[in-house]
Design a protein around this ligand. Structure first.
Ligand code: PLP
Length: 367
């Protein structure tokens, strides 16, 4: 079976380096907020081209902490997309703010500026822009729109590790960027981990407090925070895994290029290619097919695993049925949820695996 992710197939050198990192932490006797976290924060800030990075417990908390550090909460509206991980919207709600859902562009599945425009009210404070599937796109339009409207841009970079648009890295366009290092992400820890990145020193300092009970110096709590610290073992392993990220991303792009060139099936539609090769890191390779469920069953029969990102848009989730939205509705998101399918696209795939996936998709004949 060709899997969506295959950690056990990772290079033995990488596994050994991770074991060495764990040993290093155990022997240091320091487990929370120490040198490993500080070192990885520095490496990640530098990779993103920003001044500051704050290690946190996971990607969802990174979004919540970013909003709270920006004083966005009760009474404030935050525009985002219904075609995202549930964590994006849950983080907005956890911060005390009110999510408002704008529709997507069907060619990319990314948030539509025109729909976001229709969602603006006097209470709109921020947009959480999700770089879905690993694509960073249209950033001149987003930064200009946010600037003109006085809206704060927060980037959900959980799927877009180091995707680069015209020389700028995901997470460096807005007031803050939120990264997740959940195991399946392009840079994944063997556990939960996340990071907030920002150029603003004051915001980073406040985020550093919020992740640690709101503590400024030991036993002083000028505000109420949370417990969302990145731990030393995960940070040490992430430092080792970061060394492999460029090579892994290159392989994801090779796989995507092969799919783009060689998947030729009139029943399958490809999404729009990136504006430049660096602007997509292919966390997921997503196609669209009207007979999606039949295609998925066909792939399964041909030993190809696939998943759906996402089968249920946020406003169709039970606790979110009343969320405010574009007055024109969210029909593009609903359509995409019904037809999208994610193919295996991970760095451990062989050329033969790629050929097998392509052949399996191309042999699908539908009803
Ligand atoms: C994974 C993901 C998150 C949440 O990250 P966690 O580390 O699992 O909390 C948020 N947004 C998007 C788009 C994601 O893919």
């Amino acid at each position: 079976m060709i899997l969506m992710n295959d950690f056990k197939a990772e290079p033995p050198e990488l596994r050994e380096a991770m074991q060495g990192a764990v040993r290093r932490v155990l022997e240091s006797g320091w487990y929370v907020l120490g040198n490993e976290v500080a070192a990885f924060e520095k490496q990640w800030a530098s990779a993103c081209g920003v001044a500051h990075a704050v290690g946190v417990g996971n990607g969802m908390d990174a979004i919540e902490i970013a909003l709270r550090a920006l004083d966005i909460g009760s009474g404030d509206e935050v525009i985002t997309t219904p075609m995202t991980a549930f964590a994006t919207v849950l983080a907005i709600i956890r911060a005390g703010a009110t999510p408002v859902l704008a529709d997507i562009d069907p060619q990319t599945a990314l948030l539509s500026v025109e729909s976001a425009e229709r969602c603006i009210t006097p209470r709109t404070r921020a947009v959480v822009l999700v770089h879905l599937y690993g694509q960073v796109r249209n950033m001149d339009a987003w930064t200009a729109w946010c600037g003109k409207r006085g809206i704060t841009l927060v980037e959900d970079c959980a799927q877009a590790h180091l995707a680069t648009w015209h020389g700028k890295v995901a997470g460096s366009f807005g007031a803050a960027g939120a990264y997740s290092f959940y195991p399946t992400k392009n840079l994944g820890a063997p556990g939960d981990a996340g990071m907030l990145v920002s150029d603003a020193g004051a915001l980073a300092q406040r985020a550093g407090r919020l992740r640690n009970y709101g503590q400024s110096v030991r036993y002083q709590h000028p505000e109420l925070g949370m417990n969302s610290r990145l731990d030393e073992i995960q940070a040490a392993m992430l430092s080792e895994r970061l060394k492999w990220l460029p090579e892994f991303t290159k392989r994801r792009r090779e796989i995507a290029d092969a799919y783009h060139a060689r998947i030729k099936n009139p029943l399958v539609r490809q999404l729009a290619p990136p504006e430049q090769p660096s602007a997509h890191v292919y966390h997921l390779y997503v196609i669209a097919c009207e007979q999606r469920d039949q295609l998925q069953a066909h792939l399964q029969q041909h030993q190809v695993q696939s998943l759906i990102h996402y089968p249920v848009p946020i406003h169709k989730q039970e606790p979110c049925s009343d969320i405010a939205r574009d007055p024109h509705g969210l029909s593009n998101s609903e359509r995409h949820a019904a037809i999208c399918l994610s193919l295996p696209c991970h760095p451990q795939m062989s050329d033969n695996d790629i050929a097998l996936v392509i052949a399996a998709v191309n042999s699908f004949q539908g009803d």
